[in-house]
Ligand binder design. Structure first.
Ligand code: NAP
Ligand code: MG
Length: 502
C-alpha cells in the first residue's frame, strides 16, 4: 500500500495503468503467461489499472490453498477471540489506507471520491462489527429430552466459500460478506468484477498484514464467465455467495447444483418509494432525488419506482425535479460532485436505451434524459418519467441507472399491489405520518428491507437480502454470520440405551 505521504498526490490520475497481480495463498500471484486487462477510468477515459485475466487453473490453485487452510484448522479451529483480533486489525488497516482505497475505487468505478471515502470508512465499521460476531457464534442445548439424553446443536463453519461481487460497490459489498464468512471460520476465494478488482486485491494484502494466515483469503481476477463460473461449479467449494444480476444469479444456482453447494444470492431490485398523501413531501422529495441519483442509480436498492397518491403527485414530482436541478454530475475526483460516471460503455448504452425507449413510447419525460459519452467518459443526468404504466418496461425492469418511473395510486390496496407487482423484492421505502398505515404497509410489502420515512440507510446490525427473484439468504447482522455456518445436532446418551434386542 502507498503511505500517507504518497497518498497526498492521490487526487491526480496515475501516469500509467497500475498493475496488481492476483492474491493466492498469502502472496501476490501472476506468471509471465498472464494477460492483463487494462481498466480505463469511466470518469476520465484514460487507463488507470491493470489486473490479471485468471484461468480455471488459477482458480484451482486458489481453491486448493483455501481447502488446505480450512482443513488444517489454522483459521477454522482457532478461538473466536483470535479471529476477532485479526478482523479488528483489518478494520484499523482499512481506515489507515482509506485514501488509497477510495482513490482506486473512484478510478475504477467512476463514483465520486467523497462517496468512496464514505464507503471505505463504513466498510471498516462492518469489519469491526463482524469481529464481535466471531466471539458470538454459538449453538444451543436441549435439556428437555428426558433423563438420559442431552441434545446439542453446534454451529460449524461451512468450509470453503466462493464470493463473487459486482462493480457497483466493490469494496463495500465485499465487506458485507467477507468478514462474516471469516468470523464463522470459513476460508474464501473471491472473484471481484473485472472492471473493479483493485481494491479487493489491496484488501487481501492488508489482511495478511493484519495477521490472517496464508490461504484463508484468496483473490482470483478475470472474467465472470470463466473464473466466476468455475467457482460456482467447483466440487471442492462448499458455498457460493453471489451478488450481481438476477440472470447470472440463476446460472450460478444451476452451477452450484454440481455438488449441492450452499447458495447465497443478492440480486437485482426495482424498489418502490411509496408516498401516501399525508407524507412530509419535502423529506420524501429529498430522499427520492437521492435514491435515484446515488451511485448514478447503479445501486441494487435504488428507489427507482415512485408510487405516489394521485392527490400529491404533481406537487411531489415538481419538488423532486427542483432538487435534481441542484445535483452536480461530473468529474468523480472533484469532492463537491454528487454523481459521478456510469461504469462502462455497455451499461451506459443500456441505460440510454431505456430512456430512448421511454421517449419513443410517448412516456412523459419531465426531467433529464441527457447522456454524454464524450472522450469515453460516461455521464447521465438524473431522469424522471411521469405517468408510467405499471406494466411497462420502465416500471418493471431494473435499469440500474438514474431513471425514476412515476406511477400513481388511489387506494392503500392499490399502492401495495403496485409495489409488489414486480418479480423483485429487495427493498421498499414508505412515506407517511400515519403510524398504522406505515406499519400496515411494512407488513404487506414484499421486500427484504423496508425504510419508513427514510431511504438507503442503515448499518451492519440489520440483515439485508431479497424476497422473490431478488435473492436467497441474508447478509450482515447476526444472520450474516449464521449464513456461513452449518448446523450439526448431536444426541448424547447419558444413561443406558433401551436395548433393541433384550
Ligand atoms: P453481473 O453481470 O451479474 O456480474 C456480477 C459478478 O458476477 C461479476 O463479478 C461478474 O464477473 C460475475 N459473473 C458473470 N458471469 C458469471 C457466471 N457465469 N458465473 C459466475 N459469476 C459470473 O452483474 P453486474 O453487471 O456486475 O452488476 C449489476 C447487477 O448486480 C444489477 O442487476 C444489480 O441489481 C445487482 N446487484 C445486486 C446487489 C444486491 O445486494 N442485491 C448488489 C449490487 C448489485 P465480470 O463482470 O467480471 O465478468
Ligand atoms: Mg456484468
Amino acid at each position: 500500500m502507498v503511505t500517507t505521504s504518497e497518498s497526498k498526490a492521490a487526487l491526480n490520475l496515475p501516469r500509467e495503468a497500475i498493475r496488481t497481480p492476483m492474491y493466492i495463498d498469502g502472496k501476490h500471484y501472476a506468471t509471465a503467461e498472464h494477460e492483463f486487462f487494462t481498466r480505463r477510468s469511466p470518469g476520465h477515459g484514460v487507463p488507470v489499472t491493470a489486473t490479471a485475466r485468471g484461468s480455471r487453473k488459477d482458480l484451482d490453485l486458489a481453491v486448493s490453498a483455501a481447502r488446505r487452510a480450512f482443513d488444517d484448522g489454522r483459521w477454522s479451529r482457532i478461538s473466536g477471540e483470535e479471529r476477532a483480533t485479526v478482523l479488528l486489525e483489518a478494520a484499523r488497516l482499512i481506515r489507515a489506507n482509506c485514501e488509497t482505497l477510495a482513490w482506486f475505487e473512484t478510478l475504477e468505478s467512476g463514483k465520486p471520491i467523497a462517496q468512496s471515502r464514505g464507503e471505505i470508512n463504513a466498510a471498516a465499521g462492518i469489519w469491526e462489527y463482524a469481529a464481535g460476531l466471531a466471539r458470538v457464534v454459538h449453538g444451543d442445548t436441549h435439556d428437555t429430552l428426558g433423563p438420559d439424553v442431552l441434545g446439542l446443536v453446534m454451529r460449524q463453519p461451512v468450509g470453503v466459500v466462493g464470493i463473487v461481487t459486482p462493480w457497483n460497490f466493490p469494496f463495500f459489498i465485499l465487506s458485507e460478506r467477507l468478514p462474516f464468512a471469516l468470523a464463522a471460520g470459513c476460508t474464501v476465494v473471491v472473484k471481484p468484477a473485472e472492471l473493479t478488482s483493485t481494491t479487493t486485491l489491496k484488501l487481501a494484502a492488508l489482511l495478511t498484514e493484519a495477521g490472517l494466515p496464508d490461504g484463508v483469503v484468496n483473490v482470483v481476477t478475470g472474467l465472470g464467465s470463466v473464473v466466476g463460473q468455475a467457482l460456482a461449479e467447483h466440487m471442492d467449494v462448499d458455498m457460493i455467495s453471489f451478488t450481481g444480476s438476477t440472470p447470472v444469479g440463476r446460472a450460478v444456482m444451476t452451477a452450484a447444483g454440481a455438488n449441492m453447494k450452499k447458495v447465497g444470492l443478492e440480486l437485482g431490485g426495482k424498489n418502490p418509494q411509496i408516498v401516501f398523501a399525508d407524507a412530509d413531501l419535502d423529506d420524501a422529495a429529498d430522499a427520492i432525488a437521492f435514491g435515484i441519483s446515488f451511485n448514478a442509480g447503479q445501486c441494487c436498492v435504488s428507489g427507482s419506482r415512485l408510487i405516489v397518491h394521485r392527490s400529491v403527485e404533481g406537487e411531489l414530482v415538481e419538488r423532486v425535479c427542483a432538487l435534481l436541478e441542484k445535483v452536480r454530475v461530473g468529474e468523480p475526483l472533484d469532492a463537491s460532485n454528487h454523481v459521478g460516471a456510469i461504469v462502462e460503455a455497455r451499461q451506459f448504452e443500456k441505460i440510454r436505451g431505456f430512456i430512448e425507449a421511454g421517449k419513443r413510447d410517448g412516456v412523459q419525460l419531465v426531467r433529464g434524459g441527457r447522456a454524454s459519452s464524450e472522450g469515453e467518459r460516461f455521464f447521465i443526468e438524473p431522469t424522471v418519467f411521469r405517468g408510467v404504466d405499471p406494466r411497462s418496461t420502465l416500471a418493471q425492469e431494473e435499469i440500474f441507472g438514474p431513471v425514476l418511473a412515476v406511477s400513481t395510486f388511489d387506494s392503500f390496496d392499490e399502492a401495495i399491489a403496485l409495489a409488489n407487482g414486480v418479480p423483485y423484492g429487495l427493498a421498499a421505502s414508505i412515506w407517511t405520518r400515519d403510524l398504522q398505515r406505515a406499519m400496515k404497509s411494512m407488513r404487506e410489502v414484499q421486500a427484504g428491507r423496508v425504510w419508513i420515512n427514510c431511504t438507503i440507510t442503515g448499518g451492519p446490525e440489520l440483515p439485508i437480502g431479497g424476497f422473490k427473484q431478488s435473492g436467497i439468504g441474508r447478509e450482515t447482522g447476526r444472520h450474516g454470520v449464521d449464513e456461513y455456518t452449518e448446523l450439526k445436532s448431536a444426541h448424547v446418551q447419558l444413561g443406558n440405551r433401551t436395548r433393541w434386542i433384550g
